[in-house]
Each structure stands twice: as C-alpha cells, then as structure tokens.
Ligand binder design. Structure first.
Ligand SMILES: Cc1cc2nc3c(=O)[nH]c(=O)nc-3n(C[C@H](O)[C@H](O)[C@H](O)COP(=O)(O)O)c2cc1C
Length: 398
C-alpha cells in the first residue's frame, strides 16, 4: 500500500525522536519514499545525518538555506506529499499548527499541503492532559487532521500516564488505514467472523477446533485498508485485532456467535463467515468438574444453530461468503454447502494439502461461485488471499 507513496515526515523536539528512526526504516521497507524535515529542537535529539542515511534523502532543517534543487522547497514538498506525518509531535508544534503559525520549514510546509496529515503526539502526561493541548488537538481534528492517541505507560520523563509514542509498526498500520480510506471498498460495511468457538463441557474443559483466526483477521485488515467499515466477531485467538475496526466483538460459544451475527447482519453490505463454528455443543454444561471414573465417558451433544443457513434464508441484497474446510469430496461438499446456504461464493480449503487450512500463514483454496464457476488459486499468504477474496466480493457488490 505504501509502495512509491511520498511520505513527508516532520520530526520535532521530543524525546521520542529516536523512535522515528525506526519509523523511517519501516516506511522505506514498505516501499515509500521518505523526506524528513526536522525542527531546530528536533536536531537536538537525533542528528539529521541518521535520518538522511535511513531515508536516503537530504534532511531539511533550515528554511533559508539554499535548496538542493531549485524549486520553492516548502511548496514543492507540500504538493508532492501523499501523506504528511508529524512524529513525534511536540505540544509546541501542535499549538503552532492549531494557530496556523508558519515560522520554520516544517510548519510552513504543513500549512501549504493538501495531503492527509497524521500527528503523533508524544509528551509528558501533564503536558498532554493540559486543557490547552487538548483544545489544540480538538482544533486539529476539527480541520480533518488525524491525531493518534498516545499510549499509556511509563514515560521518559519519569512520570506514568498517557503520552507515550506508539510502536512505529502501529503508526505504519494507521497510515495504511488512512491512505486506504478512499479505496475501492469505501463506505461498504462488512461483517467478518473469525477464529474457533469454545463449547464448555464443565468449568475446566471445552470442545474447540484448530482455527487460528488468521484468515478472518487478514480479511478484516485488508478490507479496512481498502476503505471498508468492518465489524469483526471473533472467537478466542492469539491475534491482535487490526487497526481501524468499527467494532470488535469477542465471543466464546457458537450461541454467542449466533447472537452477535444476528445483531449486526441486517445493517451490513457483506458478510464473510470465516469462523470455524462448532456444529455441536454438550447437551448439558456440568457446573462442577467431571471426575475421572470408569473406562469410558459419554458426552451427549446437541446441534448448534446454523448461522450461515439462517443468513442465507434471510438474505436480500447482501453479499454472503462462506468458508469450508474439507478432508474428502472437497469440491462436491463445498458445492452442496454453497447451494444449501444460498451463498454468492464459497472459499474451500482441502485440509489434506500441505500449506492449506488452519494455523499456518498460507492457504491453498478453490473458490466456487454461485454460477457454477470454479477457480483454483495457487498457494499464497493469507494476507494476499484476503485481497483476492475481496476482489471477488467487489464484483458481486457492483
Ligand atoms: C530533554 C527534553 C525532552 C523533551 N521532550 C519533549 C517531549 O517529549 N514532548 C514535547 O512536547 N516537548 C518536549 N520537550 C520540549 C520541546 O523540546 C520544546 O517545547 C521545543 O520548543 C519544541 O520545539 P519544536 O516543536 O519546534 O520541535 C523536551 C525538552 C527537553 C529539553
């Protein structure tokens, strides 16, 4: 997403300036071109040379120094920027931006740009919570500038509280979300389910499956980065939810999943059911731990509600996508599910193939469409597969 994007990075005089060095490295790794502008105070914390080497561009620190190429530098940079990032942003620069002050190269270029601006505040908790800083941040937001929330924790100044610079990786994720806001799924609302369910047997045991949630989380992340509004309903996983979700709902059982899906489905354009929902749950949940006794133990199971079937029955204009994981008669079983559940297409993986299915980062799938077409996709990363699936969703939305 960042490939060949032109990022102007303003580095101001905060202690977190050293973290922006890593930010430049990540941006370059993602394929972006980076031009750093530093304030005079910023240069007190990290030398321009460090940023110059990592960005592979001369760093601008002085408005009146002869520019490396002849052009009115602040206007040229302002025009060229796809995204303008101020990281770290001091309380001082935030105040200057809110007041429209342009007294150095950074603030002058900022005033001249039409690019999307992202501000990453980082400061002492009292400076951050000061009503004047809060008013200035509110002013920036009012003018459409994205201001990231600082993190809470131990601060370099010895205080503890809100004011910490987020991990550079998180900032890059935010940039992708902001850049994607006008993407091809702009304003489409998605409901995506992910992960396994857990059906309790007694207070210490449950029935579950091997789903890791990686496919559903990748779908949610990529949909957001293409402009969609995404509600993610997830069973228990070890994953961090993607940045930019409209809502994140955690569930445990198939029944909780059913209730959550039913609550949201009517107001969405697309439903992608990638969760591995248990078909059966124990008939009775024991309130006390079942003790070891005898050679055999019989558990009576009851059928869980079939969410996909119900959505298929209710479907009107929405696009409905299902997933299947099969071990035999893969295509025939998936075709049957596609029809029974009134899906637009189904993504099926053959669990017997190496590199397909649960837990791993890759998948090998077939996509079966409602008009009978079958596409066989090669082995690919779940993140790339997510985009392939979204490309097809787009065709059904039009
Ligand atoms: C050691 C030290 C650390 C500082 N850290 C911060 C900080 O994290 N955040 C901040 O807003 N100001 C911080 N300041 C204050 C700014 O450097 C000061 O307000 C300066 O005028 C900011 O200039 P600039 O916004 O043009 O870069 C710090 C100052 C010193 C001396």
């Amino acid at each position: 997403m960042l490939k060949d994007k032109f990022v102007v990075l303003g580095v101001t005089g905060g202690i977190a300036a050293y973290k922006s060095v890593e930010l430049v490295r990540l941006l370059k790794k993602s394929g972006a071109q980076v031009q750093v502008i530093m304030t005079k105070s910023g240069c007190e914390f990290v030398t321009p040379l460090t940023f110059q080497v990592l960005s592979q561009n001369p760093v601008i620190t002085d408005m009146f120094k002869e520019p490396p190429r002849w052009e009115v530098e602040h206007v040229a940079l302002a025009d060229k920027a796809d995204i303008f990032l101020i990281a770290p942003a001091t309380a001082n620069v935030i105040a200057k931006m809110a007041a429209g002050i342009a007294d150095d190269m950074l603030t002058t270029t900022l005033l001249a740009t039409k690019a999307k601006i992202i501000v990453v505040p980082s400061m002492n908790v009292n400076m951050y919570e000061n009503p004047i800083t809060q008013r200035n941040i509110a002013t920036l937001r009012k003018f459409g500038i994205f201001v990231l929330e600082p993190e809470e924790g131990d601060l370099a100044c010895g205080y503890s509280g809100k004011g910490r610079f987020p991990e550079p990786r998180i900032i890059v994720e935010h940039i992708k979300v902001i850049l994607g806001k006008d993407g091809d799924l702009k304003d489409k609302r998605f409901l995506i389910t992910a992960g396994p369910t857990r059906e309790p047997i007694d207070p210490v045991r449950f029935i579950t499956n091997h789903s890791s949630g990686k496919m559903g989380y990748a779908l949610a992340e990529k949909a957001i980065q293409r402009g969609a509004r995404v509600i993610l309903i997830s069973g228990p996983t070890n994953l961090t939810p993607p940045i930019g979700l409209e809502e994140f709902i955690c569930i445990n059982t198939a029944e909780e999943m059913y209730n959550a899906v039913m609550k949201y489905y009517a107001d969405v354009d697309v439903v992608i059911k990638s969760a591995a929902v248990a078909d059966y749950a124990p008939e009775e949940i024991k309130h006390k731990k079942i003790k070891k006794q005898g050679l055999n133990l019989t558990l009576e199971l009851k059928k869980n509600p079939d969410i996909l079937q119900e959505l298929g029955n209710k479907k009107e204009t929405q696009v409905l996508i299902g997933f299947a994981a099969e071990t035999d008669n893969v295509t025939a079983n998936a075709q049957d599910k596609l029809k029974r559940k009134n899906l637009d297409f189904i993504v099926v993986n053959d669990l017997t193939e190496a590199g397909a299915g649960f837990a791993g980062d890759t998948n090998i799938v077939k996509i079966l469409h409602r008009d009978g077409r079958i596409e066989s996709l090669p082995k690919m990363l779940k993140r790339d597969l997510a985009n392939e699936i979204l490309d097809r969703v787009l065709l059904y939305l039009q």
